[in-house]
Design a binder for this molecule. Structure first.
Ligand code: FE
Length: 168
């Protein structure tokens, strides 16, 4: 094998590893969690489909600035779906005004719509919320809403969601 071929082969190996690692961190829920139609796409595909703001939050676990999101003060009746894959995540019935600057829900539409993962990034201990179908980052969940039925606050980026108003 010539050197150039060897280098090419090594390059492909490295690329393959990186791809797997990305998939592990942001990929879909493990099989057997009851989510139909798991969505797996390459970073290039997500970049093409999402706006830069959506990509930064959904695929790179970014956070939109508080009080800037489209749905922070939306309280119409309807459903909130994943902006990346359309998975129905939350309904307006569980949305409340937490005053934190991001949309807040006290429950997901159904437990298997989201995946919860311990997150130690940025020197904090938090629980990350991702879409169970496509693995996209949505926000975090906190146990700091004692006045809500579950006591929990799903703190979700507006940019991760798309609101579908209920039919009138
Ligand atoms: Fe999704």
């Amino acid at each position: 094998m010539s050197w150039s071929l060897l280098l090419l082969a090594m390059g492909l190996l490295v690329l393959g590893c990186e791809r797997r690692m990305v998939g592990e961190g942001t990929g879909p829920a493990m099989s057997g969690e009851g989510v139909e139609g798991t969505v797996v796409k390459s970073d290039a595909e997500w970049r093409k489909e999402l706006t830069p703001e959506q990509y930064a939050v959904l695929r790179e676990k970014g956070t939109e600035r508080p009080f800037t999101g489209e749905y922070d003060h939306t309280f119409e009746r309807g459903t909130y779906v994943c902006a990346a894959c359309g998975n129905e995540l939350f309904t307006s019935d569980t949305k409340f005004n937490s005053g934190c600057g991001w949309p807040a829900f006290y429950a997901a539409k159904a437990g298997d719509r989201v995946k919860l993962t311990q997150d130690y990034s940025h020197g904090m201990s938090r629980v990350e919320v991702t879409c169970a179908r496509c693995g996209s980052h949505l926000g975090h969940i906190f146990n700091d809403a004692p006045d809500q039925p579950t006591g929990q606050r799903y703190c979700i980026n507006s940019v991760s969601l798309k609101f579908i108003p209920a039919p009138r």
